[in-house]
Design a protein. Structure first.
Lengths: 209, 209, 209, 209
DNA sequence: CATGAATGAGGCTTCATTCAT
DNA sequence: AATGAATGAAGCCTCATTCAT
């Protein structure tokens, strides 16, 4: 029993160890340039070991998205928990959550798009694919719920909450992507946070009546 | 000589033939999964021929971005040409241009991000890199100019026009990316245009006083 | 640990296995005609494995030169060890060493020239390049030292020992090269050893007072 | 008649034009790194044209050796023409001829060895191969004849003249090869001529009674 | 479970050669 | 005869994955 559990925990710890390493390597080099050996080295494991915990490179990659989506979900659930919170407070919570998600792993957000983009591979096992779908879906739903609350109270324009959520998420990821790519191109200073704040402000303003 | 000219035209036609094929293949498979042989086959040419027109895979890839950026630039220049146009007419022109850019090549927008992302390699010749930088820069500048006009007239909030342009562009590309990836995930219907319209509406509303 | 050591030895054995195969294939076909696949097949390994032991084709190639230079160095050091040996005995030792070097690997001498010729590429890692330089240098120095001894004792003409060493080495390699190429051209019998003996005799005679 | 002849001459001129270009390119880059396009560009012709004059790359390459061997033959024939010249004068002529051969085209001598070495290809047409064999043979024979003369007069040691000629040629080419490769390795000053003089002096001294 | 050496398929790219103009 | 665009075979090398220890 106890021994079973400890094994379980150890196994999970290993998984995390690999995920952390993978996050770093994928962030530094991107999916294709990152090699399994890079990740193994970073995790201080051997390449073979990675395959004991992840079916293949793509599934390992997908796990990162899962991880951040789980975190996002958690945060959004927390915001929605208190049903009586006034809309603007909820919005505050939402924005704070988004900032934290970004801080949680700035680069992985970018990689998530590669994952979702056509480039990425259909080799994902259905289970992982399903889990991603579900988490992404429930994240959007949670955001939509926040907006729905404001709409119901007449604070926001009367649009489908999910559409607003999609746009909000698009804005969030678009800004990260664009500001980051500007840095690659220009090496100038990193205005991301300020730009993000302004973007959110415009968005909230834009949906307010 | 007429003969000289015809050769020139033929050469350009070949380039286009390759670009069209590359666009299709890159869009279908993404940069890394697409092989030069795929593209050659699609273009009904031999692999070696591609290298007569493009230095390497990445430069061929970059050419696609160049092409769409050139188109965007052209359209935006047109909008800015008439200095006396009222801000809201200019905005109309801007939105129309963005729609057309998307129609011009929906998938390539997505690939542009791969190009700019950290994943992308420095094998690009400096000239091509410079040209991309310049075109991207002048596109943003043109968009900023449109907003600047509205700001000066007191129609829009007093923020740095370039920041607004960055956010606008982020929103545009974020929506494309997100809606596209939703389709990959969900295979549901394509709400992109409607979502984009709403996104733009919110944005304009958001920056209006 | 014994286990550590055995692995070390096995790894070295593999290296040798590859080197032996490479020697054969390079000797048969020359650098450019020899393919890595040829070598892998000869070594009964897969192509990828070669790259676990050698950075690239050129470095594998260079290793062969290194190996023979190391052997030459060893032999020459041995000759020079006994400082009191009379000059003619040292010359005997030198000639014997040269013969053995040739026996050690007749063809590789020829390939060494390809390595050094302008044709050869700079893909060699600096370390390997340095090592070759150093070994070649110390070989020549060792030969020069032998001659210097004879010069000091008034047995040989008073010329810079290094110049004599260069000429001696040139003669040695020139004879190998020429006799070998005659065989390619003519397929006649192999007079190399006899020619070499005569060449050395003339040389020694030529530098004697 | 005249028209036929002129065409013949023009064709020969073209051949020479190509040979000159090939000499330069092969000398700069070596056989494998030199491309037919390089040569065509240097000759201000198109790649296709080269194939009107030479069957393939290798045969073009072989022509260079032919050319220098022809020159050497000519010079040696001249030395041997005057049968009554005393041996030491003939040697002077020989040495002078060798120096001129080197000046005629320093690098091509080196390439000749690549040509003759195992690396080089059996693709040569039999005619070209035969011609090379013949020219090389008659050059050696001419050199041997010079030595034979001295042997008969009792000035040189009694060895087979052809063996001496082989060794002489080996020495000559060995010095060129070695000094050149030293330069590649060391980038130091070019001592070739001085070394060559000393080498010849030692050789002559060595074969003298 | 962990290892890490070995695999081998497959990609990008070059370039000698051809052939329609 | 000359051209030069097109060909396509072939080479080097990488790296995800496996498997004997």
């Amino acid at each position: 029993m106890g021994i079973q559990e400890r094994k379980e925990r150890e196994k999970e710890r290993r998984r995390q160890q690999i995920i952390v390493a993978a996050k770093k390597v994928f962030s530094d080099k991107g999916f294709n340039k990152a090699t399994m050996e890079d990740i193994a080295t970073e995790a201080e494991l051997s390449p073979g070991t990675l395959y004991l915990y992840f079916k293949n490179k793509e599934e390992l990659y997908a796990s990162l998205s899962l991880r951040i989506l789980q975190y996002l979900n958690l945060r959004l659930a927390h915001v929605n928990k208190d049903a009586d919170l006034p809309p603007d407070k909820k919005i505050d919570g939402l924005l704070e959550a988004m900032h934290d998600v970004y801080d949680f792993d700035p680069m992985i957000i970018i990689n998530m798009f590669h994952l979702q983009s056509s480039e990425t591979l259909r080799n994902l096992s259905p289970e992982v694919m399903d889990e991603i779908k579900e988490l992404a879906g429930s994240s959007i739903a949670a955001i939509a719920k926040i907006f729905a609350c404001g709409i119901k109270q007449g604070a926001y324009i009367d649009q489908h909450p999910t559409a607003l959520a999609d746009i909000f998420w698009s804005l969030f990821s678009g800004v990260i992507l664009w500001e980051t790519s500007k840095n690659v191109i220009d090496k100038k200073k990193d205005y991301l946070k300020k730009t993000m704040d302004l973007a959110f402000k415009i968005f909230i303003n834009g949906i307010s009546k």
